[in-house]
Design a protein around this ligand. Structure first.
Ligand SMILES: Nc1ncnc2c1ncn2[C@@H]1O[C@H](COP(=O)(O)OP(=O)(O)OP(=O)(O)O)[C@@H](O)[C@H]1O
Ligand SMILES: [Mg+2]
Length: 210
């Protein structure tokens, strides 16, 4: 599940890239769009028929079943999730990625959001695991260094990767693809930046502690 109450932090971008990564690896993937804006479902509608299939679900239409054949369920969530609604989302998740942007407003908003998430019993019992990534970063900027310092200081939440600001995400998104599906020479740096995210997702660190 990709979650951050702040709008525009990259939830749909990260969710669609996770979905397309696992699908392109031969897994059966369900992409659940919980946002009435339906960015993930629109992305899926643009996906060429020849590409690995991803099953889209519009969660705003009510309850849905996950068929046994599905290997991965990826949730894209809306902005402005607080209180009881946040806890309802946390009940459904197993592994959560929180993308945060290098901007003073986003960093300020991240502090109470992460605090609320950490107060949730499933998170404190490690039944649901959480990690943070920095998104849309330009390395030689002051604000990126501020974000880096801020995220490193969050001792209870692993800060697993930094994604750069690049048009590659837009290039991929407009065609219903993930960056893993673009020409390798274009996205080498981005794939390197995704490597720790995929490793986290594939490791015990993202799985519930039994
Ligand atoms: N690393 C990146 N580099 C360049 N553009 C990016 C990157 N990540 C996201 N974007 C762009 O930033 C905008 C917001 O991203 P996105 O829609 O994924 O955020 P969101 O958190 O889902 O927003 P919302 O809260 O409205 O659902 C989009 O136009 C997206 O293409
Ligand atoms: Mg979105």
């Amino acid at each position: 599940m990709v979650l951050n109450s702040k709008g525009g932090s990259g939830k749909s971008t990260v969710a669609t890239n996770i979905a397309s990564y696992y699908a392109s690896q031969g897994n059966r993937v369900m992409l659940v769009d919980c946002d009435p804006q339906a960015s993930s479902l629109e992305w899926l509608a643009a996906r060429p028929s020849g590409r690995s299939t991803i099953v889209g679900v519009d969660a705003s239409e009510g309850k849905f079943r996950v068929p046994r054949s599905i290997d991965y369920v990826v949730y894209d969530t809306p902005a402005a999730i607080h209180g009881k609604q946040l806890n309802a989302y946390l009940r459904r998740a197993q592994s959560i990625i929180v993308p945060v942007l290098p901007s003073p407003i986003d960093m300020r908003a991240a502090t109470p959001f992460i605090k609320k998430v950490l107060e949730n019993g499933r998170i404190s019992r490690k039944e649901c695991r959480i990690a943070i990534i920095a998104n849309r970063c330009r390395e030689n900027t002051n604000v990126y260094h501020q974000l880096d310092t801020f995220l490193r200081r969050l001792r209870k939440v692993p800060f697993i990767s930094v994604l750069r600001e690049t048009q590659n995400y837009n290039r991929a998104a407009e065609r219903g693809l993930g960056i893993f599906e673009l020409a390798p020479y274009l996205v080498r740096r981005d794939i390197d930046q995704w490597d720790p995210i995929i490793r986290w997702l594939n490791s015990k660190r993202s799985q519930p502690v039994a």
